[in-house]
Design a protein around this ligand. Structure first.
Ligand code: SAM
Length: 248
């Protein structure tokens, strides 16, 4: 099934695919500022949480899905020193910023390759990666079941998917405050700071339309993943899910 990622309603995949390409190719150069604003600076703490939960060993070959400007790739490189990282994204302009950071030495000597890849149609062989990371990726994909099935396919048996995404605060009061912030403040002040109101309107809508922690876990299980766990950050505004591919 394919959806419109801004509403969660069934819709042709092209609607979301075109929008996401338009938004991210336009904001690539200022994405890092956009990221800081949209998470009100908390994204660094969430990324650190993702690193604590990620089972990445020094001999791992890792695939970063929706890697964007490389924040996860470079953080893993410095924190875990894996053998190799394949940093992928749908939008080449985002990867151009990541390539620039790589040339500046941000990977701390870890070999990184960059490639334009649609997560819903991954051009790699079955069972080729030990770990997959994905931060703020799945929410932007109109065919999420297909993307998760593709990630499951390219993981080695026993491998893990580590997914950081905006989520739903379980506490009613906190959720109400956050929903107000999402609906009314984020498009306004995000637009003001970055000059890109449209990107923030989409961000706000796509977060509200995205499944909660249990819903995402169920989608992962549907794709074949087992032992799905998650940890909430900032009261559930973000969550890191870890899902395993069963041992052969
Ligand atoms: C919010 S950014 C996250 C980038 C990076 N992971 C980070 O943490 O900064 C979302 C990224 O998802 C990418 N994306 C959207 N749909 C995708 C798809 N179908 N396959 C691969 N990447 C996709 C976008 O191009 C964009 O770079």
């Amino acid at each position: 099934m394919s959806i419109d990622t801004a509403t969660g309603q069934e819709a042709p995949a092209e609607i979301s695919a075109e929008r996401v390409k338009e938004i991210f190719s336009a904001i690539a150069a200022k994405y890092e500022r956009f990221n800081a604003v949209s998470s009100f600076g908390a994204y660094k703490a969430w990324l650190a949480g993702m690193m604590r939960q990620a089972p990445i060993s020094a001999d791992a070959d890792m695939l970063d899905i929706a890697g964007g400007t490389g924040d996860v790739t470079f953080t893993v490189a410095r924190a875990k020193h894996p053998r190799h990282i394949q940093c992928t994204d749908l939008v080449n302009e985002m990867l151009d910023v990541a390539r620039m950071h790589y040339d500046e030495g941000k990977a701390d000597g870890v070999p990184v390759d960059f490639e334009v890849v649609d997560a819903q149609d991954i051009p790699y062989a079955d069972a080729s990666y030990d770990v997959i990371t994905m931060a703020y990726g799945i929410r932007n994909m109109p065919e999420r079941d297909r993307a998760l099935a593709e990630m499951f396919r390219v993981l080695k048996p026993g491998g893990a998917l580590v997914c950081l995404e905006f989520s739903t605060p379980p506490n009613r009061m906190w959720r109400a405050l956050y929903t107000f912030y999402l609906k009314h403040l984020i498009p306004f002040w995000g637009g003001l700071i970055t000059g890109d109101r449209e990107g923030f309107v989409y961000l706000s809508r796509s977060i509200q339309a995205f499944p909660n922690q249990q819903g995402l876990a169920a989608m992962m299980e549907q794709a074949g993943f087992v032992d799905v766990t998650w940890k909430n950050y900032t009261g559930g505004i973000a969550a890191v899910h870890v899902a395993k591919k069963p041992e052969a």
